[in-house]
Design a protein around this ligand. Sequence first.
Ligand code: CU
Length: 621
Amino acid sequence: MNKKKSTTHQLTRRTFIRQTGIAAALAAGVSSYLRLAPQAFANAGPATPFSFTPFTRPLPIPGRLAPATLNPAPGSIDAAVGSPAVYHGIAPEYNPAHAFNKASWVLTDPSTGKPFAEKRHILEYKRTQAELIPGVKTNLYGFNGTVPGPTIRARLGEPMVVRVKNSLADTETSLHLHGGHSPSHADGHPCFYVFPNQQRDYFYPHVAPKVNGKMDVAEVPSTMWYHDHGNDVTAFNVAHGLAGFCLLTDQLEENLIKNRYLPDVDLRDAAGNLLLAADGSTQQGRYDIPMAFTDQRFNADGSLWWDPFDHDGRIGDVFTVNGCAQPFLNVEPRKYRFRMLCASLARVYQLRLSNGQTMQQIGNDSWLLPKAIETSSLYLNPARRADVIIDFSKLAGQTIYLENIMTQTNGRKPDGVDPKAPIKMVKFVVGKTKNTAFPDFNVPTGVIRPHVNITAAEATVTRYFDFNRSNGAWQINGEFYNAYRCDAHIRKGAVEKWVLRNGSGGWWHPIHIHVEAHQVVSINGKAPPDFLKYKSDHTMLEDNTTVELLMKFRTFDGPFVFHCHNNNHEDMRMMKQMEICNIETSGATCPPTLNGQWFSVPQATCGVPTDYVKSHPGLFS
Ligand SMILES: [Cu+2]
């Protein structure tokens, strides 16, 4: 019943978009149609009609994605469109002729001395039900039925195939590994659909760009997350639960763990043996806890409140962590590592501890920082991750809270920080003793992960992107997103400077750029705060703000996107497509932009699935 209501809304919007020809209008750059979609709800929505006692339920820790046998095996079927097993075709990396043949990127497993074997998994989009609020059943979408989805455990140089099944009857999906350095076909391009009742293999090589023939330790991600990225429907799908963590280690981070600079990412006994779950998956380490924050709003029947015509950005009035409204967490009096993720669509958080003590931020977005930053509060906007150490060692027997002091009443931007109006997010109940079988850890005072600075002098191309609003929807450089248009044709190997500008006085846009980390150089002409000086996979573009950033494009060619990660803005077309061309030779000429015609290029050349648009000419019309 609940889902029916939500689904009806969604279908209404999608049907509305298609039946009214909005997609065609968008493609043509026509904006007058948007008068058909007024800002029916200028405010955040009606208050959630449930009350509950907070901090009565423990923080859920997502399980790990279990290993799976894929039958038929990846690569064993021809890339036949319509194949019930692998709809969009096999990852082109299985083609020995492909430039990114997977064999050349596999690292040696230090525990066996042999190349890593390929890991295989299944992620199924399915309907599920959960009690985000105690006693209130809410129909949701969940990867493998859980909210958040199971945590993917990855290793640098260990290839992975995730067979994605779409068991949602009525929506096209696309899976994005956010903060990952992945081939185009597996990057979650919003139009590389997995259609209802179809499946598709995503190949993740889990690599970092190479320098002098070796993968660069400075580029290796730690805390990625995955979420749905389907065209038009990302906001609805993410709000309904389609998000999860992906935690990756490399030799550097494994050494940090071994030398007790960081806690173990996996659950082990005191002798160091991995403790596997019944399904064969690894489990989350004792002192390393992921926390995904969302804000939700509910209808009286328990379903999520959803306004299909809210293009401001959805703001909830119930705060959940890992799918549980205001949980508690029992901790020992010692240090913990928390991987915090803002999985909200539009809400910005400023987090602090209720006792005023500081935290050590050791990572921003996917990457560990070169040095820990001591801070009394953490800034988290949509899609941002903060990798944080909290020390409970002097708090035995006490209780403290993680609090949000940022107030926000609509999706446009936060109202501001109000230290006098904290919202308690998590209650930490500190025990009196700690388990001495497991040693303490202390973040290194020296370098955690090195950072290689990109200098402005390296940039050979400068691009300007203006983020603006047009008749209630969202544009970049005066255009709505169009999958048939290439907005930035980029030479692989190039260093580029991008200037992101938001001249509006009333809107914030967190801009996410796929495939590569970027380095923020300046915000309104000034140096960024310390935690933003290194690598990011998105940048918050506040109102009346210009951000300059540098990025290098490496490893992969093909189409990728960049967009606002206020998912409601993204769905209303604040997105652009870039194509990275495979000609690295200096002085050589890139071929003319494919202008969205990449679907007609053989997959071994362009790295994208075969023929998906050609067989579905109605997709964009
Ligand atoms: Cu935006």
